[in-house]
Ligand binder design. Structure first.
Ligand SMILES: Nc1ncnc2c1ncn2[C@@H]1O[C@H](COP(=O)(O)OP(=O)(O)OP(=O)(O)O)[C@@H](O)[C@H]1O
Ligand SMILES: [Mg+2]
Length: 242
């Protein structure tokens, strides 16, 4: 008998409307546990909207979303997931260290002192730990956002364009970190425009176009050229958000 891997995320016919704008038109897919799942799609395809529904920050207009078997809006499984998105969820008037201590207490992180220092070193910000977040550059903010996201060792990572603003060094750091998390059996959902990085990390991928799923598949054995050809044959070259 083939053992079924339970799905960490299940979406059925998700629809989201903002007034007259439709952001998702019936999106269905599953992400099995311990899978690195990448969503590709151009500007306005609906990627961020989908991630905010999965994280419980926004409600779908209709359809069903389950994360760890529950409605994410209930937030009972909040401690098991982490989000990296355009919002940093950091406090400007606290230092980098104070921000992590705040989140660590919120999530009852064990050995918090060692853990904060460890993650600050991992993202290359330890030497700036006493500086206020409002003095940070965009890339430094993104590095601290990554530190916050890994601090409480969650099972599921929702990453919306996490490479935005990172320099080459930090990009490699994040790729290495994601490879480590993947090896630890974490479930990772990534959105990116970068076909190269997305394919390099993924087990499975999905392409969103015009707010619908137009392709899902296994990334294993798929070359970047084949993915690129598939991607550009499926997406239209029209305006954003179409
Ligand atoms: N808060 C909002 N109010 C109104 N419209 C919205 C809102 N959020 C998203 N939309 C619309 O929903 C559609 C999907 O947007 P979304 O941000 O999910 O796309 P995306 O795939 O993340 O794009 P990008 O690659 O640019 O980040 C777009 O047409 C967008 O204008
Ligand atoms: Mg987006």
């Amino acid at each position: 008998m083939i053992e079924q891997v339970p799905a960490v995320i299940t979406a059925e016919k998700l629809r989201k409307e903002f007034g007259r704008v439709v952001a998702l038109r019936g999106v269905s897919f599953q992400v099995p546990a311990s899978t690195f799942f990448t969503i590709f799609g151009r500007n306005g395809a609906g990627k961020s909207t989908l991630l905010s529904i999965i994280s419980g920050m926004a409600a779908a207009s209709s359809g069903v979303i389950r994360v760890f078997g529950e409605d994410p809006a209930a937030r009972t499984q909040r401690h098991r997931l982490s989000v990296i998105s355009h919002e940093s969820f950091l406090y400007d008037n606290l230092t980098a260290l104070e921000n992590l201590e705040f989140y660590g207490k919120l999530y009852s992180v064990q050995d918090l002192k060692e853990r904060t220092h460890h993650v600050l070193r991992q993202v290359g910000l330890h030497h700036r730990r006493f500086d206020l977040v409002r003095t940070f550059s965009r890339g430094m903010l993104q590095r601290l956002t990554i530190a916050r996201a890994i601090l409480h060792n969650p099972d599921l990572f929702l990453l919306d364009e996490p490479f935005t603003g990172l320099d080459q060094h930090a990009t490699e750091m994040l790729i290495g970190l994601l490879e480590t998390l993947k090896a630890q059996g974490k479930t990772i959902l990534l959105t990116t425009h970068d076909l190269h990085i997305g394919l390099r990390l993924s087990d499975q991928y999905m392409i969103l176009e015009r707010q619908q799923v137009v392709e899902t598949g296994s990334a294993s054995g798929l070359t970047e050229d084949a993915l690129r050809e598939k991607y550009f044959s499926l997406i239209s070259s029209g305006e954003a958000g179409q």
